[in-house]
Design a protein around this ligand. Structure first.
Ligand code: FAD
Ligand code: DHB
Length: 403
């Protein structure tokens, strides 16, 4: 097989890249190890920032998003039950966030790509980038793979590879020679227990809540009858430490209803998963004709709701550089890829880190408490929380960064 751009991974980065390339008439093949139904049902992110919504609209993938997405014009911050609503739309003169599950974004992109006759290959095993040491101007890359249930190895030749294989897959990162590769990695001393449950949320707004005894909770939703929330837990906790009763009790301790909304009642828990909070940056993001995109290149802690939004930004930067290459035979934008993405990364990494440290309880794990205390001690955290409550400059910063 041959294609111009081989895209490894059908997450937000890979599918957005494929859609942007298709719009410019550049053919690609997306290779995904999971099935289509797995990809469309894997529940992760929920918050889209304005630029992501605008981009989805620009490529005509916004019909369901505009119908079903839940627009957020305010974001709430609670400290021991005291609520501060930040009017993000008012502050940013019109921008907002939209709650719309990542799996719906993926579903909509897949539909669009199939409609446009783009090649999406699911259930692809053993993807290997061949001769990565020789990838270069005169050695276009080649990928070996197997289709699930088939023994024969196949080859996909291409001009470029987009490594959109997420945070946990080593496939693309390992294809950059180790002597060039630098990864900075930080594991936070807490994890998130993320729940999706069939019960009405307490109102329709995002609430980021810090409770000085129990820790952080994030109240979100997927519909008027379905709540999504994340609880800070100790990094050593397992699902067995969190029976349903404990989950509901702690959620109600940590998050208080606002604007006379009802409190949260128990419902059937449809999904539960634990995510360690981590951040990492891998450099360089380009090795000759291979480009790392999205979580494959860097991870932000989810507190700032930035991972998906950043993945989509990288996809846009890479798509523009590839269009420039095919239209003008120019490598300049491709060679600037790492640098262009880095400015987005640094800004968002800082914000997500700041949000994480301001909102979480810092002393859940004795062992790692010291590390955190070095960055921001309890007193500084309290000062920052006071600023979120009372300083219009801090509120503007948060509104700008969120949208
Ligand atoms: P992924 O979504 O991980 O996609 C990678 C794809 O590659 C997968 O489909 C995988 O199966 C495939 N793959 C992997 N290895 C191979 C291989 N060898 N061969 C073929 N295919 C392969 N972000 C936000 O912007 N807003 C939020 O509100 C938000 N909330 C979050 C909440 C939680 C609890 C978590 C964990 C994350 C959240 N994020 C959020 C982050 C967001 O989900 C990720 O940043 C986003 O999914 C990254 O997209 P990606 O395409 O880079 O990687
Ligand atoms: C959601 C996830 C986040 O990480 C966040 O910051 C806000 C909302 C969500 O799952 O809805």
């Amino acid at each position: 097989h041959y294609t111009k751009v081989a895209i490894i991974g059908a997450g937000p980065a890979g599918l957005m890249l494929a859609a942007l390339l298709a719009r410019s008439g550049i053919d690609s093949v997306v290779l995904e190890r999971h099935s289509r139904s797995y990809v469309e049902n894997n529940i992760r992110a929920g918050v889209l920032e304005q630029s992501t919504v605008d981009l989805l609209d620009e490529i005509n993938v916004s019909e369901r998003l505009f119908k079903e997405g839940i627009v957020q014009r305010r974001v709430n911050f609670q400290f021991d039950g005291e609520n501060t609503a930040i009017p993000i739309t008012e502050i940013t003169q019109g921008k907002s966030l939209v709650i719309y599950g990542q799996q719906y974004v993926l579903h909509d992109l897949i539909e669009k790509l199939i409609q446009d006759n783009q090649q999406l290959w699911f259930n692809i095993d053993s993807v290997k980038i061949d001769r990565h040491d020789k990838i270069g101007d005169n050695h276009p890359p080649m990928i070996r793979f197997r289709r699930h249930d088939q023994n024969d190895e196949e080859e996909l030749h291409c001009d470029f590879i987009a490594g959109c294989d997420g945070a946990t897959s080593p496939c693309c990162r390992q294809s950059i020679p180790s002597e060039l590769l630098q990864t900075i990695h930080h594991l936070y001393p807490f994890s998130w227990l993320s729940i999706l449950a069939d019960t009405p949320p307490s109102g329709t707004e995002l609430i980021y809540a810090h409770h000085s005894k129990y820790g952080f909770a994030l109240h979100s939703l997927r519909s008027l009858t379905r709540i999504r929330f994340h609880l800070q837990i100790s990094p050593t906790d397992t699902l067995a430490d969190w029976p349903d009763d404990r989950i509901w009790t702690e959620l109600n301790e940590r998050v208080k209803p606002i604007n006379g909304q009802t409190s949260i009642t128990k419902g059937e828990i449809l999904e539960r998963a634990i995510f360690p909070l981590r951040s990492s940056i891998t450099l360089p993001m380009q090795y000759k004709r291979l480009f790392l995109v999205g979580d494959a290149a860097h991870i932000v802690p989810p507190t700032g709701a930035k991972g998906l939004n950043l993945a989509v930004k990288y996809a846009r930067v890479l798509a523009e550089a590839l269009v420039n290459f095919y239209d003008n035979e120019k490598w300049d934008k491709l060679n600037d890829y790492t640098q262009t993405c880095l400015s987005h990364i640094v800004k968002n990494q800082e914000f997500a880190n700041w949000m994480t440290l301001v909102m979480h309880k810092l002393d859940l794990s004795e062992k790692s408490n010291r590390q955190n205390a070095d960055l921001i001690d309890q007193y500084t955290q309290q000062e920052l929380q006071e600023n979120i409550k009372h300083s219009s400059i801090f509120q503007c910063f948060i509104a700008e960064m969120y949208t």
